[in-house]
Design a protein around this ligand. Structure first.
Ligand SMILES: [Fe+2]
Length: 146
């Protein structure tokens, strides 16, 4: 199954193109199939330095407390070796999906921000996908069970 990518904002959908992009509202005809939209490590069990800097690391915690029972924390760090956040090389966004349904896009800027995200979910199960975009090295993804 191809992934479809929005030609306006780079949003990736797993499955068929939506009527409108949930990030930028572009219409369906802006979407194109792209089987290479997401980079994959050559050997997932033996990442090289570039892959360690770009593959998201997801940590799930079910003991939040901020929103009471039923709040699940997810921390997404880019990556195992922290990715640079510099003017010419930085993580521009992190998109979150649960069970392939888009939840949110977080835009990042290079200044004063580590490429780490903490979110509070209202779900207690499912598969979380984190898809990051590097301005130089493209999109990289990881997933974890909630
Ligand atoms: Fe990069």
């Amino acid at each position: 199954m191809d992934n479809f990518v929005c030609g306006k904002c780079g949003y990736v959908v797993f499955g068929s193109a939506p009527d409108n992009c949930p990030v930028c509202n572009a219409p369906k005809n802006f979407f194109q199939p792209d089987s290479n939209a997401i980079k994959k490590p050559a050997d997932p069990k033996n990442l090289n330095e570039l892959e360690k800097k770009h593959t998201p690391v997801i940590k799930i915690s079910k003991q939040c407390g901020l929103a009471g029972a039923g709040c699940t924390d997810a921390h997404i760090k880019i990556g195992e070796i922290l990715h640079p956040m510099e003017e010419k090389h930085f993580i521009t966004s992190i998109d979150i999906y649960i069970d392939n349904v888009f939840i949110s896009r977080y835009h990042l800027t290079a200044e004063r921000l580590n490429p780490i995200l903490g979110i509070h979910l209202k779900v207690s199960g499912g598969k979380l996908k984190a898809l990051e975009s590097c301005n130089l090295h493209g999109r990289w993804m990881a997933e974890a069970d909630i």
